[in-house]
Design a protein around this ligand. Structure first.
Ligand SMILES: [Zn+2]
Length: 480
C-alpha cells in the first residue's frame, strides 16, 4: 500500500491524496461503505461500485462467527468471496466485541438492547450523564470479559464462548485477506472513569505492538508457505519449525520491509530458491497493510499520549502503515479529539476515523486531517426510511410524501432519483417491499460518497471553506 498527498488545505490539517493498493486506488478523503458480513446490505457490489465507492469494509467479528474466516480464506479472501474486485478493509473486531459485551449493551445491528443504556459511536454530553456505572456492577449483563491477554466473549448468534487476542484478530484478518486491516484495540465507553481509561489505553498499546508483531510474522509465513491455505496456530507452528522459514528469516534480501511496503520493494522480496511466486498466488494476503488504532476517550492528554505511542510503535523497525482513530466520542469533543491526534500522527500515512459518517462530521474530520471514514449510518438510515437531502434528512414514510411525484432530490444523479418518485419509494416502505431498502440505500450512499468526493474536489480547487459553509447552511435547514 502506498499513500501520496496531492494537496493540503491551507492553515489546517486537511489534505487530498491517493492510497494505492494491489486492488486499485482510493482517492482520499473517501467514504468507505460498510459490508458487515461481506455484503453491503440490500445492494449488489456492482451497484455499490456504480455509486462511486472505491473501497468497502467488512467486520471481522461477524465474519469470524459466520461463515468463519477459514471459509472466506478458502474462497480467496473477502473481495473474491463477495465479488468486489476493488480495495477492501476489515476492522479488528474490537469495537463489536466490546459493543456487544460489557460496555455498550447494543446488538450488532445497533438497536438498543433492553437490558442497559446503549452507547453510540457519537453521544452528546447529556447522554453521557445518563449512563449508569456498569463495570463494577456484578448484576449487569456481561457478554465480554477483558483480560490482559485478550477478550473472551459470547457469540450473539449461538451463545458460544470465544477468546480473541491481538494475535487471533490479526490471524483472522489475514484469512479474510483485506488490503487494509486494523490492530486489535479495546474500545472503552466515554463514560468510564479516568483510571479505567488509562488502564485500557495501556492495554491497547500493548495489543498494538502484539498485533504488529503477529502481522509481520504472518507476512513471512505467507511468503514461505503460501501453500498452507489457512492461518491457524498449528499451521504457523508447522511453518516455524520448517527450515525454509528459518532460512527466510535469515535472508536479508527477504526482509519483512520487502513484503509489507511498496510494490517496488516487494518485487525484490522473492527469496532465491523459492520458485513459487507468493504475490501471484495470493495477492490479497500479501497486500495487507496494518493500521494501528489510537484510543484515549475524551481526555486530551490520553489522546495525545496514544497518538505518540501508536505512531512510534514498531517491531524491528517496521511501523504501522496507517492509523485508525477509534473510540466513542462526545459530539462536542470530536473535532478537538481528531485534531489532537492528527497533529501528532505522521503526515505521510493515511488516517481513518472509525465509525463516523454524518455530513457535519465528515467536514470536521476532513478539515482536521482524516482521509477515510466508514459508517453504517447511510445504509441503516436508508432501511429505516431516513433519507439525506441537501436540505437535511427527510423521513420518506411521512404522509406528505404519499402523493409527491418529485424525486427524493431534484438534481441528484443517483439511479433512484433519476427513475423514481418520492410517492413510489414511500409506497414501497409502507408496503414493506425489499426494493424500498435497495432504492433508499442507493440514494443515501450516493449522497454521502459524492459529498466526500465534492469535499475532496473543493480541497483541490481551494474552495473548501466556501463549500463547507454553503453545504452546512442548507443542510441544517432540515426539512424534517
Ligand atoms: Zn438520489
Amino acid at each position: 500500500m502506498q499513500f501520496r498527498i496531492e494537496k493540503k488545505l491551507k492553515n489546517s490539517l486537511g489534505r487530498a491524496g491517493v492510497i494505492t493498493t494491489l486492488h486499485g486506488e482510493i482517492k482520499t478523503p473517501a467514504f468507505v461503505p460498510v459490508g458487515t458480513k461481506a455484503s453491503v446490505k440490500a445492494l449488489t457490489p456492482s451497484q455499490v461500485s456504480d455509486l462511486g465507492a472505491e473501497v468497502i469494509l467488512g467486520n471481522t467479528y461477524h465474519l469470524y462467527l459466520q461463515p468463519g474466516d477459514e471459509i472466506v480464506r478458502a474462497a480467496g479472501g473477502i473481495g473474491k468471496f463477495m465479488n468486489w474486485p476493488g480495495p477492501t478493509m476489515t476492522d479488528s473486531g474490537g469495537f463489536q466485541v466490546f459493543s456487544l459485551g460489557v460496555a455498550y449493551s447494543k446488538d450488532p445491528e445497533g438497536k438498543q438492547a433492553s437490558n442497559g443504556a446503549g452507547i453510540s459511536k457519537v453521544m452528546t454530553k447529556a447522554d453521557l450523564l445518563l449512563i449508569p456505572e456498569r463495570f463494577d456492577d456484578s448484576d449487569a449483563p456481561r457478554l465480554a470479559k477483558i483480560g490482559q491477554d485478550g477478550v473472551s466473549f459470547k457469540s450473539h448468534l449461538d451463545g458460544s464462548i470465544h477468546y480473541i487476542t491481538p494475535e487471533k484478530s490479526i490471524q483472522i484478518q489475514h484469512n479474510l485477506g483485506a488490503d487494509i486491516i486494523f490492530a486489535f484495540d479495546e474500545c472503552t465507553s466515554p463514560a468510564e472513569d479516568l483510571k479505567y481509561q488509562e488502564e485500557a489505553l495501556e492495554r491497547t498499546h500493548r495489543w498494538a505492538e502484539r498485533s504488529l508483531r503477529e502481522h509481520q510474522k504472518l507476512l513471512l509465513f505467507h511468503g514461505s508457505h503460501s501453500n498452507l491455505n489457512v492461518v491457524t496456530e498449528s499451521n504457523i507452528a508447522y511453518a516455524e519449525k520448517s527450515t525454509i522459514f528459518d532460512a527466510l528469516k535469515k535472508t536479508e534480501e527477504y526482509s519483512l520491509e520487502g513484503v509489507s511496503q511498496t510494490d517496488e520493494s516487494r518485487g525484490s522480496a522473492k527469496p532465491a530458491g523459492l520458485d513459487s511466486d507468493p504475490i501471484k498466488n495470493d495477492s490479497s494476503v500479501f497486500s495487507s497493510a496494518l493500521f494501528g488504532i489510537v484510543q484515549g476517550g475524551r481526555e486530551e492528554f490520553l489522546r495525545k499520549k496514544s497518538a505518540k505511542i501508536i505512531a512510534e510503535t514498531n517491531v524491528d523497525g517496521k511501523y504501522f502503515d496507517g492509523f485508525g482513530i477509534g473510540g466513542s466520542f462526545a459530539k462536542e469533543d470530536m473535532s478537538s479529539a481528531v485534531k489532537w491526534v492528527n497533529e501528532i500522527l505522521p503526515e505521510d500515512k493515511p488516517r481513518h476515523l472509525l465509525g463516523i459518517g454524518e455530513p457535519e462530521d465528515l467536514f470536521m474530520g476532513i478539515e482536521n486531517g482524516v482521509d477515510l471514514f466508514d459508517c453504517v449510518a447511510p445504509t441503516r438510515n436508508a432501511r429505516n426510511g431516513t433519507l439525506f437531502t441537501k436540505y437535511g434528512k427527510i423521513n420518506i414514510s411521512n404522509a406528505k410524501y404519499k402523493n409527491d411525484f418529485s424525486p427524493i432530490e431534484k438534481d441528484c444523479q443517483c439511479y433512484t432519483c433519476k427513475n423514481y418518485t418520492k410517492a413510489y419509494v414511500s409506497h414501497l416502505f409502507h408496503g414493506k417491499e425489499m426494493l424500498a431498502g435497495t432504492l433508499a440505500s442507493i440514494h443515501n450512499l450516493y449522497f454521502i460518497i459524492h459529498l466526500v468526493n465534492n469535499i475532496r474536489q473543493s480541497i483541490l480547487n481551494d474552495t473548501f471553506h466556501e463549500y463547507k459553509k454553503e453545504f452546512l447552511k442548507m443542510f441544517k435547514g432540515n426539512l424534517g
